[in-house]
Design a protein around this ligand. Structure first.
Ligand SMILES: O=C[C@H](O)[C@H](O)COP(=O)(O)O
Ligand SMILES: C=C(OP(=O)(O)O)C(=O)O
Ligand SMILES: [Mn+2]
Length: 404
């Protein structure tokens, strides 16, 4: 990390979920331009966030990371304001409810790239390349919209700068984050900090690696390991003990406080079996990371018409079971990772606040995954404060055999 030459050997490692640009020269021009542009965030703020995540890892604070699944270039300022307002509000509810300071991080100002389950999408017998986020293509169901366009990387930079300005005018302590998925974009926004002798990503304060790109031997992990920013890694129910320990070794070899957050996204029905072996292995290995709960991505279901939704009850149950599991292992819960919007959308269903399958047609506006609306987000955080518990002490757990 302290060499002034960035290691590009990750370019030779397997990189999944990348677009094939139709004209590679246009992509090269776009990334050359990106490299010459000012960064979006500075390293002092990234360092500040790392210290705050370290407090969350120690149980002295909580992190609330939230925003759209797929952020759009053309999100209106009114819609952004509504989302920042609801995030700010639930951060207060959480803070008051658990009696800890809450660190607020938007999935914003750069959340423009989406990993997908399939390369194509079919509608009425027509098959087109899948939408991969505004930085790559556009969601309209036409061939022209779905062809990857590398010039979108420059639009993403402009949109992120504008969004960060707006977000900061609404909530000055707020940080921004996104999935570091599109390696051409991310690598063009790496900057050198001369005073501290470190490389960092100027594309967002915290970057995370998704469930589909967390291969410890893959390009994403090798790339991100060189950056000084706080880093998140999503872990799903198929993650093995070896994988999680290897990811920690690669991204946080020095055990730096606040450096690494593991974001569990297991699903309400799998968290009680999938998370304990990983937690135990990490605790026993003596590594100290922050543990957050993403109760969204393990609970996506597809309804008849192919529309994705999530049941509010499953989301709330996963948070409760996350708290229960961490409590049993003497580990402090470090916070929540949510997909939400301040708009009154009808994308997730549930009994309270009541929304049924029939309501989905009314305001289903997400470009990728179903988000909590304002009332659902507020209700979820109230429920979260009820099941949150500070961990019992380690010696008690060892004598009970939980950590033996
Ligand atoms: O946001 C997460 C992923 O991009 C999303 O869950 C994948 O969705 P898909 O299964 O529709 O491709
Ligand atoms: C793609 C996402 O999540 P995961 O990698 O956990 O599926 C996401 O956060 O939108
Ligand atoms: Mn998503």
């Amino acid at each position: 990390m302290s060499e002034r030459v960035l290691d590009w050997s990750w370019r030779h490692l397997p990189a999944v979920q990348q677009p094939t640009w139709p004209v590679p020269e246009v992509a090269e021009q776009a990334t050359a331009t990106l490299k010459s542009l000012p960064g979006i965030v500075d390293i002092q703020e990234c360092d500040q966030l790392r210290r705050e995540v370290a407090a969350a890892a120690d149980g002295r604070a909580l992190v609330l990371q939230a925003g759209d699944c797929a952020e759009r270039f053309d999100t209106s300022p009114e819609s952004t304001s509504a989302t920042v307002r609801v995030i700010t509000r639930i951060a207060h509810v959480l803070s008051r409810g658990v009696g800890l300071p809450v660190v607020v991080i938007g999935r914003m100002a750069g959340q423009f790239a989406k990993p997908r389950s399939g390369a194509t999408e079919e509608r009425d017998g027509v098959e087109l390349p899948v939408y991969r986020g505004d930085v790559i293509n556009s969601p309209e169901f036409t061939l022209a919209a779905r062809i990857p366009d590398p010039r979108r990387m420059l639009t993403a930079h402009r949109a992120a700068v504008a969004k960060l300005g707006l977000v900061r005018s609404l909530n000055r302590e707020m940080f921004v984050s996104h999935e570091a998925l599109l390696l051409d974009y991310e690598s063009a926004l790496v900057r050198w900090d001369e005073p501290s002798g470190r490389w960092f990503s100027a594309s967002g304060h915290l970057l995370w690696i998704g469930e589909r790109t967390r291969d410890p031997l893959g390009a994403h992990v090798a790339f991100i390991a060189q950056l000084a920013n706080p880093i998140g890694v999503k872990i799903g129910p198929t993650c093995t003990v070896d994988e999680v320990l290897s990811v920690i070794d690669r991204i946080d070899p020095a055990g730096e406080p606040g450096r690494l957050t593991l974001v569990a996204r297991m699903g309400a029905d799998r968290i009680r079996t999938a998370l304990p072996p990983l937690l135990r292995a990490v605790v026993r290995s003596g590594r100290h990371v922050a543990w957050m709960c993403d109760p969204m991505h393990g609970n996506t279901i597809k309804l008849g018409a192919g529309r994705k939704t999530r049941r509010f009850e499953d989301i709330a149950a996963e948070v409760a079971r996350f708290h229960e599991t961490l409590g049993e292992h003497g580990v402090a819960p470090s916070g929540l990772h949510l997909e939400l919007t301040g708009e009154d959308v009808t994308e997730c269903i549930g009994r309270s606040p009541a929304l049924s399958e029939r309501d989905l047609a009314r305001r289903y506006e997400t470009a990728c995954d179903p988000r909590l609306n304002r009332l659902q987000a507020i209700r979820l955080v109230h429920l979260t404060t009820r099941t949150f518990r500070k961990p019992a002490s380690r010696p008690a757990l060892i004598s009970e055999g939980v950590l033996s």
